[in-house]
Design a protein around this ligand. Structure first.
Ligand code: FAD
Length: 156
């Protein structure tokens, strides 16, 4: 099967956009990801999937911690910075939640300890046990068919 067909099919699944953050050797690091899912309510678990070439991978493995930051509609630039889509240096600020760096003004910040990791093909799945959560109101940034989108209410 062509990689393009697989990518096109998976791109038909509309998602939100997150930045996965971690702390490595005292430095915060972030990476844009939409492969995120909630797994369990009791205990509270989430999963993320990180590509084998991502610099973030070894940083999460070594630190054993990550945070999921669900981006707001006005945070497309943050997504592009942490996906390497904006190359030039931009000022990035972090705050902390339960001692893990998080992105200010994200709709939700979810700080986690890695409790399991599974290498599957060319990605690694990290299961995170939730340490703490912070939420705020707002509209989400979306990603569909390779493009950023925003939510539109359908009249009923
Ligand atoms: P790096 O090159 O280490 O970092 C990416 C960018 O973030 C760099 O430009 C870097 O300068 C910047 N950055 C990181 N930390 C800081 C900091 N402290 N201060 C300032 N800038 C910083 N890949 C996956 O593996 N899984 C996914 O689920 C996934 N979903 C994606 C969804 C979307 C919508 C997009 C656009 C991309 C997605 N990607 C995903 C691809 C992934 O975001 C890129 O491949 C990413 O750049 C690779 O991460 P890295 O750690 O190697 O990047």
């Amino acid at each position: 099967m062509e990689d393009r067909l697989f990518r096109d099919a998976m791109g038909k699944f509309a998602t939100g956009v997150t930045v996965i953050t971690t702390l490595h050797e005292g430095q915060p690091h972030g990476m844009t990801a939409n492969a995120f899912m909630s797994v369990s309510l009791d205990p509270k678990l989430v999963v993320i999937s990180i590509g084998g070439n991502a610099r973030c991978l070894s940083k999460i493995k070594e630190s054993g911690i990550f945070a999921v930051n669900i981006l707001a509609a006005d945070q497309q630039e943050q997504s592009m910075i942490f996906a390497g889509q904006i190359k030039e240096d931009r000022e990035v600020t972090f705050e902390t939640l339960a001692d893990i760096p998080v992105i200010p003004n994200a709709l939700a910040q979810v700080s986690c300890d890695v409790v399991a990791e599974y290498i599957e093909g060319d990605h690694t799945l990290f299961i995170g046990k939730v340490r703490d959560i912070r939420v705020q109101e707002g509209e989400p940034l979306l990603f569909y068919a390779g493009k950023y989108r925003t939510l539109e209410t359908v009249p009923v």
